[in-house]
Every structure is written in C-alpha cells, then in structure tokens.
Design a protein around this ligand. Structure first.
Ligand code: FES
Length: 307
C-alpha cells in the first residue's frame, strides 16, 4: 500500500500519514513545533493550517470546526489541524509560529465580535461625507458638534443597517460602509438603496439641525463594487474589522469626485452594471480619478428613485 506523506511548512517536514490521526497529532508525533493552545479542542484556532496541496484528501469539517471557522471567517483552505484527518498526500503551512502569533490568534478566537483572518470578497463599498464640514466645525460649540455628529451617524447608520450593510470606519465627517459581507448577491443594489435612504433621512435630520443650530448638512456619496481583502486588524480591545485594497481607494475617490462634478451621488461602472435595471441614473461622466490611472466612467444616481 502506498504510504502517503504530510508535508508541513515552513521547513518542508515530511511525515508519514496515519489516516486515523489528525494533522495536529501527526505533526506533534514527529516533534514539529505545532501550536495548539487549547489542547486540540477547537477553541483557540492556533493550530490552524493553510492547505497548499491536497485539499481533496481532507475530511469534511466537523461541527466543532465549522463553528470556529464560521466565527473567524476561514476560507475553505484554512483548517484546524486538531480536527482534520487526511488520507492522501497533503502539504500544509503553519501560519502560527511563535508565542506572539499564538496570543494574537487566541485573542481573536475569544473575541465575541465579528472577526476575519483575512479573505478576499467582492463587496459594494459606500463612502459618504458631509460637504463643507470644516466650516461647520469651526462655528459649532464642542457639545453641539459631538451631539450633532452622533445623531447624524445614528440616522445614517440605521439606513445602512436596514439594507444589510456594515459600517467599517468613521472619519469625522464621513464613514465607510460595505455591503455583501454575508454574501448577499444583490449587494450593489443594497448599497445604492442605502444611499437613497440616507438622502431621504437627511431631510428629517436637517429639520432638526435647523432648529438646533440654524444650519443644515449636505452629504455626498460614492459607491464602487470590487474585490477587497476583509480582515481584523489591531490588538485586544482596539482590534476592528477592516477592508483593504484598490477598490476601497477607488470608492473613496468616487465620493470625492462629487465635489468637482457638482453631484452628490456617484457610482462606478461596476456598480452601475449591477443596478441599472433598478435605479434611475442621471448624467454620466468620464473622468480621471485622483491617484488612479486612466479614465473612469461614473454615473449619477437620482435620489428620488427607489428600488
Ligand atoms: S488546538 Fe486549539 S483549535 Fe486546534
């Protein structure tokens, strides 16, 4: 009978496979320094391995592994070595190599908030900001400023959540939110609907603001659909979910382009293609976007339209 091998990276350590033993058991038996902070109980995730070759020879995830993998957003090729057996030639990489790595991954596993070890997803990214915000802050008292911003973010946050979006970051006068985190196929539509809802809610918000300070806000929104990396960054209580990549930068630039184009709601071509049967668009523009090569087609969304 052919003797299959488990190859453990880094180090290209080759170990004969026992199909009844887990990857962790096999690895430890061969004296590989394989992290297993919870003792193999699918609680810490420090034993995780990235499967480089031989995905087809792995046992399916058991319930314990499914639970932790779901919580941490593992992609299919990231497995808990303590729960996985193999029955063919498999090559794996241990990403958790030292005490600092163990502390980072164990604290993520214990965290009750949404976390992700880093995965590529196609999302719709919405940036919103407040026009002439600096002038507003210069004239507002500190209490008024914080009170008004909290109310603004509460109102706009509800519009995002109602459309299954997630707010990722606040930037003083703006925020970044994403749609499609739970693999909603219509994330572009949800993002655009969220933008339309924000403009609708802005009218009520401005009534309040006029009474409070005799002022009103104008907002601008930019949306782009594209591939991003979603991952949890930072440590302990300062950790947070982040989205990174070129698509995020482009969405931010589209929001800024509203200023030069005298528009208030723009989407990229990739978003437009996914929503064109559902929303009314106005003008379209072919523009150079700051910091990006080439021309980009942008489409104005009419905020009176609805999905
Ligand atoms: S050793 Fe803790 S999850 Fe595998």
């Amino acid at each position: 009978m052919e003797q299959f091998q488990l190859t453990v990276e880094p180090g290209a350590i080759q170990i004969p496979i026992d199909p009844t033993a887990t990857i962790l058991e096999t690895s430890l038996k061969a004296n590989v320094k394989h992290a297993h902070a919870c003792g193999g109980n699918a609680r810490c995730s420090s034993c995780r391995v990235i499967i480089l070759e031989g995905m087809e020879y792995l046992c399916p995830r058991n319930e314990k592994e499914k639970k932790l993998a779901g919580k941490l957003g593992f992609s299919d090729n990231v497995r808990l070595a303590c729960q996985t057996t193999v029955n063919g030639n498999v090559r794996v990489k241990r990403p958790v190599l030292d005490e600092i790595d163990i502390q980072i991954v164990s604290s993520r596993a214990a965290d009750q908030r949404i976390t992700s070890i880093g995965k590529e997803m196609t999302l719709s990214i919405l940036f919103a900001d407040i026009a002439r915000y600096t002038a507003f802050t210069e004239n507002a008292q500190p209490y008024d400023l914080v009170h008004i911003l909290n109310r603004y973010y509460f109102v706009m946050g509800n519009a995002v959540e109602k459309n299954s979006g997630t707010i990722i970051d606040y930037y003083g006068d703006g925020f970044l939110s994403v749609f499609g985190m739970n693999e909603e196929p219509d994330h572009a539509k949800l993002a655009v609907q969220s933008g339309i809802d924000m403009f609708r809610r802005l009218d009520d918000f401005n009534e309040y603001l006029k009474e409070w300070l005799g002022q009103s806000f104008e907002i601008r929104i930019g949306i782009h659909t594209g591939k991003v990396i979603v991952g949890t960054i930072g440590t302990k209580s300062m950790s947070k979910l982040a989205v990174m990549g070129d698509a995020v930068n482009l969405a931010s630039r589209i929001d800024s382009a509203n200023k030069e184009l005298h528009t208030k709601f723009l989407v990229s071509q990739s978003t437009h293609e996914l929503i064109l049967d559902h929303y009314q668009t106005g003008r379209d523009f072919e523009v150079e976007v700051k910091g990006k090569k080439g021309k980009h087609k942008l489409f104005e969304i009419l905020t009176t339209s609805s999905g």
